[in-house]
Design a binder for this molecule. Structure first.
Ligand code: FES
Length: 162
């Protein structure tokens, strides 16, 4: 599925929603399908999902916000995820996160003003032996980096967003 440039119509949203309705427990597949198609789950989709599944909009919102990977707004051109789980914290992930937020001028889930980078936390990338770990982008373009110092983070940023 390709990313849709502008916000789709209700009919387009319903088509995406309906494509997942045959699945058992379709709510998560619907949210994934919307994000894959649009790059985020637009607010306008929530009442449509609720109506289709005969649940409340609050229930849809609750599930969406429980899973940190679902976005309410479009991400930047690159997504940088810093691991915040225990092994990385023990090896300086908090200091790296402070550096990243200051360097980018955004908080978690924020996107830089030029739209280049969205910063997100993640909880274990499976690279615990090489903490602190960072992942850039995703969905087929994942790039994992370990033992990321603030200087290495800056170099990574210059490479991906430069
Ligand atoms: S705790 Fe960070 S990669 Fe596992």
């Amino acid at each position: 599925m390709t990313l849709i440039d502008s916000l789709p119509s209700d009919a387009a949203l319903c088509a995406i929603i309906d494509s997942q309705m045959h699945l058992e427990g379709p709510l998560l597949p619907i949210l994934h399908a919307l994000q894959a198609a649009i790059g985020h789950v637009p607010e306008a989709a929530l009442p449509l999902i609720a109506q289709r599944l005969n649940i409340t909009r609050a229930e849809v919102h609750g599930v969406m916000t429980f899973y940190h990977d679902f976005r309410e707004t479009p991400a930047g051109r690159h997504v940088v995820k810093i691991c915040r789980a225990e092994a990385c914290k023990a090896m300086g992930a908090d200091q790296l996160a402070d550096h990243a937020r200051a360097r980018l001028g955004v908080d978690w889930h924020g996107t830089t003003a030029d739209g280049a980078v969205t910063l997100e936390p993640i909880y274990c990338l499976g690279l615990c032996a090489c903490a602190p770990a960072v992942m850039v982008d995703g969905q087929g373009q994942n790039r994992l980096m370990g033992r990321v110092s603030p200087a290495a983070f800056d170099a990574l940023l210059a490479e991906v967003a430069g």
